[in-house]
Each structure stands twice: as structure tokens, then as C-alpha cells.
Design a protein around this ligand. Structure first.
Ligand code: ATP
Ligand code: MG
Length: 289
């Protein structure tokens, strides 16, 4: 619908990202609610074209999995790019982590199952998400789902933000091979998302970002050095053996050794909590979100 954007009324701001803002919007005629991401008009036309192209790709593919946030339209007006997407009501994994400092394993098992189903779908379409991190994993209590947001748009945006700090925020979850132009001629594949998922889960379990040592400044050179030269970060010793093994499998520096999303869906870490009475809403309640 080419007029969709005109029919939307902007409401509260849901969040700020490095590229712009996300608003809650209401469709005036139907009363349906959406999330609207507005990317500031400061990019030159070539970059804008690329961003739009990548968003169009994501739009074409996002509608077919319940584990990927749906996108209903991409618009460009006076240099401002807007993306109309499905509204997720209960915040992000990043919000949950900020509020509770650490996230219990059974909840991470639930999150993993949903994210892996989303990744399995994307990877089957030969799409690498490239930006799996806590703020791109969105929560919904009703129905109980975790969904992946923001796929496909990040590289172009990230490189235009290379100068500012938010770039570090995005690159922090990059797998080692993504920093190495000699690996695969600088290309990376689906296994890069598996690393990012492993790091996201580990951060949630530990309650701090594992690729920075105490007292280190979170800048770009420090991060690259740690990610590329150190051993991969280790899971907490008091975690279940299943979770420790899951994390170790995801965080292998040799990308070819990482299991696929499909393989990880059969991992015992997802099985041990399958009968757990915890649901997303009870978890969110016990975590008092
Ligand atoms: P970065 O800019 O580093 O990628 P980010 O993912 O937080 O960080 P945005 O993708 O711009 O940045 O999103 C900003 C915030 O808006 C998110 O953190 C989230 O709280 C909220 N948000 C994004 N998409 C949705 C959505 N579909 N439904 C509800 N809230 C959303
Ligand atoms: Mg995002």
C-alpha cells in the first residue's frame, strides 16, 4: 500500500537506535498498531539507495516465519527512510538484561529455541542476519514469542556509523572472521550469526559483556584485539553442562566448526528445559518486567 505511511499516526517513542528512532504508530482507519522505524535523512543518495534495497530484501522474506519480525513497507521521503513493521509489545532482550542484570538459563533456553527457529528459516533462504544482539531480539508475551528484528540492514548502516561509538555496539557481536579480510575473501556466512547468538546468550547469563576485560575501554581497537586474538569467552562454571557445551559450540573461532541453527535446535540445552513450567509470561512476571 503506497499510502500506508500517510495513514499512520505517530505515538510514543519505543526506542532510539544508532540509525534513528522507533515509534509506536496507529493506522487511523483500522486502528491497527505498528512499529515505525525512521532513519535520519543524513545519508548521501547512494547509501540511501543501498539501505532501501537491503530493506526491500528483508521485506520480501520476513513474512513467512513466526520468529522473524514482519515488515509491511519501506518508504523514502525527503531523504528520510521509514520502515513499517510488526509491533512487539514487551521490549527487547537488552531491556530485560538491563533491568535484571542476569537472565536465568531456562529463559535463555526458551529464547534460543525461538531465535534458532528464526535463524533456521533465514539461513534456509541464504540470508545472513549479520546483527544478532540483545536489542534485536524482541519479546511478545501474547502470543509468547521471541522474534528477530532488523536483518539485512545493518552492514550499510553500520559502515556509515563507523566513526561513532554506536558502531562499536554493533561490531561487538561480530564473529572473529568478520574482521579478517583474508578469510573467504572477506565474506562470511550463516555461522557468523551462530557466534553472535552464542555471545548474546553468554552476556545474558554472565550479566556483563564477555569480550571486554575489567577496566578496558569499550573502543574499537580493544574489541577487535580481544575478539580476534583471545580465546573465545568461556561460559560460567556454575552453568549446566548442557548450556556450557552449547555456548562452547557457538563460540568457536573456526567458523566451519560451529553447528548450524538446525543442528542446535536438537541440542540438549533446548531439551532439558522443554518441560519446564516456565513460559515467557511467567518468566517475565517473575523477572517483573
Ligand atoms: P542499534 O542502533 O545499535 O542497532 P537498536 O537495535 O536498539 O540498536 P533500533 O533497531 O533502531 O536500534 O531500535 C531501537 C529500539 O526500538 C529497540 O532497542 C527497541 O527497544 C525498539 N524497537 C525496535 N523495533 C521494534 C518493534 N518492532 N517493536 C517494538 N519495539 C521496537
Ligand atoms: Mg535494532
Amino acid at each position: 500500500d503506497p499510502n500506508l505511511l500517510d495513514d499512520l499516526e505517530r505515538g510514543e517513542i519505543l526506542g532510539h537506535g544508532s540509525s534513528g528512532r522507533v515509534y509506536k504508530v496507529v493506522h487511523k482507519r483500522t486502528g491497527s498498531v505498528y512499529a515505525l522505524k525512521v532513519i535520519q535523512a543524513k545519508h548521501d543518495p547512494a547509501v540511501r539507495k543501498q539501505i532501501k534495497k537491503e530493506m526491500e530484501i528483508s521485506r520480501r522474506h520476513c513474512g513467512h516465519s513466526s520468529f522473524v519480525v514482519q515488515c509491511y513497507g519501506v518508504f523514502e521521503r525527503m531523504g528520510e527512510i521509514s520502515l513499517v513493521m510488526e509491533l512487539m509489545n514487551d521490549g527487547t532482550l537488552a531491556d530485560l538484561l538491563a533491568k535484571h542484570k542476569k537472565i536465568p538459563e531456562h529463559f535463555l533456553s526458551f529464547v534460543s529455541r525461538h531465535v534458532l527457529k528464526g535463524l533456521k528459516y533465514l539461513h534456509s533462504k541464504k540470508i545472513v542476519h549479520r546483527d544478532i544482539k540483545p536489542s534485536n531480539l524482541l519479546l511478545n508475551r501474547n502470543p509468547q514469542l521471541v522474534k528477530i528484528a532488523d536483518f539485512g540492514v545493518s552492514t550499510e548502516l553500520a559502515s556509515t556509523f563507523a566513526q561513532c561509538n554506536s558502531f562499536v555496539g554493533t561490531c561487538a557481536y561480530f564473529s572473529p572472521e568478520r574482521f579478517d579480510p583474508d578469510v573467504n575473501g572477506g565474506k562470511y556466512d550463516c555461522s557468523a550469526d551462530i557466534w553472535s547468538l552464542g555471545l548474546t546468550l553468554l552476556e545474558c547469563a554472565l550479566g556483563y559483556f564477555p569480550c571486554l576485560k575489567e577496566g578496558q575501554k569499550p573502543d574499537w581497537p580493544t574489541l577487535i584485539c580481544n575478539i580476534c586474538l583471545d580465546d573465545p569467552p568461556a561460559p560460567p562454571k556454575d552453568a549446566s553442562p548442557e548450556f556450557q557445551n552449547f555456548i562452547r559450540l557457538c563460540l568457536q573461532k573456526d567458523a566451519t566448526l560451529r553447528p548450524s541453527a538446525h543442528q542446535l535446535l536438537m541440542h540438549p540445552f533446548l531439551q532439558i528445559y522443554e518441560d519446564h513450567s516456565c513460559t515467557l509470561s511467567t518468566s517475565l512476571e517473575t523477572l517483573s518486567l
